[in-house]
Design a protein around this ligand. Structure first.
Ligand code: UD1
Length: 339
C-alpha cells in the first residue's frame, strides 16, 4: 500500500515506520520537525535497510499538502502529526486547536480531494477522562479534562462524521494508553524536548544522571500501593497495532475506535522497581501531592483490538524498561547526542 505518514519522525511514528517498511509498504513521511529530529529518520532507514521518501513541511500548509498528494498519490494515511503536551495546551489552547484540529481538517480535505479514503488516527485514552468503570472499553463515555484531550476528542468526532458521509471510506482511531520503551536496537526512542512530563522518560533521565530525582505525584490514591496506576504499552507493540490497523482499513469500511494497551496496570512504585531491575540504577524519588488532572487508574480493555485487528501486546513491563534504558544510556541527550 502507498502510505503517507504525517509526523513520522516522532516517537511513535518512527517505530511505526519500521513495521510498515518491514511489511514492504511504500511510505512517504511528512514532518515539520517541530518536536522531532530528522536523525530519527536517518536511523529508521539504517535499521529497516530500505528507503522511503521524506518531505519537510507542515500540515497547515495546504499548498505543501496538495503537492505531496499530487506527487505521491497515497492510498492511505497514518496521521501522527500534532502537539501533545497537556500543560502547553492549558497555556495556549488556541495553538492546540489550530495545529491539531484545523491541521487535521486540512489534511482530511486534501485526502478527499485526492480520493484517499483510508486513515489511521493517533488518538489517546485521554479522551475517556475520569473512569466510570475499569477497564475502559471503547463504549465508555468520552469526557477529556484538558484542551489537548479535547483536540483528540474533536478530531475523532470530525472523522466519524466524515466517514459517515463517504461510502467505502475507512478510519481506525487508535486510543493509545501509555506508550513507553524503545526499539531493541537502542537507535530510536523517545526524545522529549525540555524536562519530560511523562513518567518513564523522567525516570530514564534520572537514571542517566540528567535529573536528580523523581517526584511521585500522589501516594494516596485508591490503588494497591497508593501511587497512580497506568496501562503502559511497549512502543513496538503499539507500532504493530498501526500496521494491523492500516491493513484492517484496506479490507473494511466505516469508523472504529480501538484501545491500544496491554489490559494490565502498573503503579508508579512498581514501575520504578521494574526500571531499577532493568537498569541496575537506583532511582531516588520523593513523594509530593497529586498532579492536577491526574486519575488514580487507567487500564484498557483490549478485547476489541484482538477481535477486529487480531492484535495483542506481547512485551511486558520489564522489556519496556530494558529497552527504554538501552535507548537512554546509548543516547543520553537523545538524538542531539550524535547530530
Ligand atoms: C499523560 C497526560 C495524558 C497524555 C499522556 C501521554 C496528564 C495529566 N496526562 O498521561 O493526557 O495522553 O500523558 O502519554 O499530563 N508521574 C509521577 N511523576 C512524574 C510523572 C508522572 O509520579 O514526574 C505519575 C503520574 O502521576 C501518573 C503516572 O506517573 O500516575 C503516569 O504519568 P504520565 O506518564 O504523565 O502519563 P498520564 O498521566 O497517564
Amino acid at each position: 500500500m502507498k502510505i503517507l505518514v504525517t509526523g513520522g519522525a516522532g516517537y511513535i511514528g518512527s517505530h511505526t515506520l519500521l513495521q510498515l517498511l518491514g511489511a514492504r509498504h511504500e511510505v512517504l513521511v511528512i514532518d515539520n520537525y517541530s518536536n522531532s529530529s530528522p536523525e530519527a529518520l536517518v536511523r529508521v532507514k539504517k535499521l529497516a535497510g530500505s528507503g522511503f521518501k521524506i518531505c519537510e513541511g507542515d500540515i497547515l500548509d495546504t499548498c505543501f499538502l496538495n503537492t505531496v498528494f499530487t506527487e505521491f498519490q497515497p492510498e492511505a494515511v497514518i496521521h501522527f502529526a500534532g502537539l501533545k503536551s497537556v500543560g502547553d495546551s492549558n497555556r495556549d489552547p488556541l495553538e492546540y486547536y489550530t495545529r491539531n484540529v484545523s491541521g487535521s481538517i486540512g489534511l482530511f480535505r486534501c485526502m478527499q480531494q485526492h480520493n484517499c479514503s483510508r486513515i489511521v488516527f493517533s488518538s489517546s485514552a485521554t479522551v475517556y477522562g475520569e473512569a466510570n468503570y475499569l477497564p475502559y472499553d471503547e463504549a465508555h463515555s468520552l469526557s477529556p479534562t484538558n484542551p489537548y484531550g479535547r483536540t483528540k476528542f474533536f478530531i475523532e468526532e470530525v472523522i466519524r462524521d466524515w466517514v459517515r458521509s463517504w461510502d467505502g471510506s475507512s478510519a481506525v482511531l487508535l486510543r493509545y494508553f501509555n506508550p513507553v520503551g524503545a526499539d531493541s536496537s537502542g537507535l530510536i526512542g523517545e526524545d522529549p524536548t525540555g524536562t519530560p512530563s511523562n513518567l518513564l522518560p523522567f525516570v530514564s533521565q534520572v537514571a542517566v544522571g540528567r535529573l536528580d530525582k523523581l517526584i511521585v505525584f500522589g501516594d494516596d490514591y485508591n490503588t494497591r500501593d497508593g501511587s497512580g496506576e497506568r496501562d503502559y504499552i511497549h512502543v513496538e507493540d503499539l507500532a504493530r497495532a498501526h500496521l494491523a490497523a492500516i491493513e484492517y482499513s484496506w479490507e473494511n469500511s466505516g469508523c472504529e475506535a480501538i484501545n491500544v494497551g496491554t489490559g494490565r496496570g502498573a503503579t508508579v512504585f512498581e514501575t520504578i522497581e521494574a526500571f531499577e531491575r532493568a537498569s541496575g540504577c537506583k532511582i531516588p524519588f520523593q513523594c509530593a501531592p497529586r498532579r492536577a488532572g491526574d486519575i488514580a487508574s487507567s487500564i484498557a480493555s483490549v478485547r476489541k483490538a484482538e477481535q477486529l485487528l487480531g492484535w495483542k501486546a506481547k512485551l511486558n513491563l520489564e522489556q519496556m524498561c530494558q529497552t527504554a534504558w538501552n535507548w537512554q544510556k546509548n543516547n543520553p541527550y537523545g538524538y542531539v547526542s550524535t547530530v
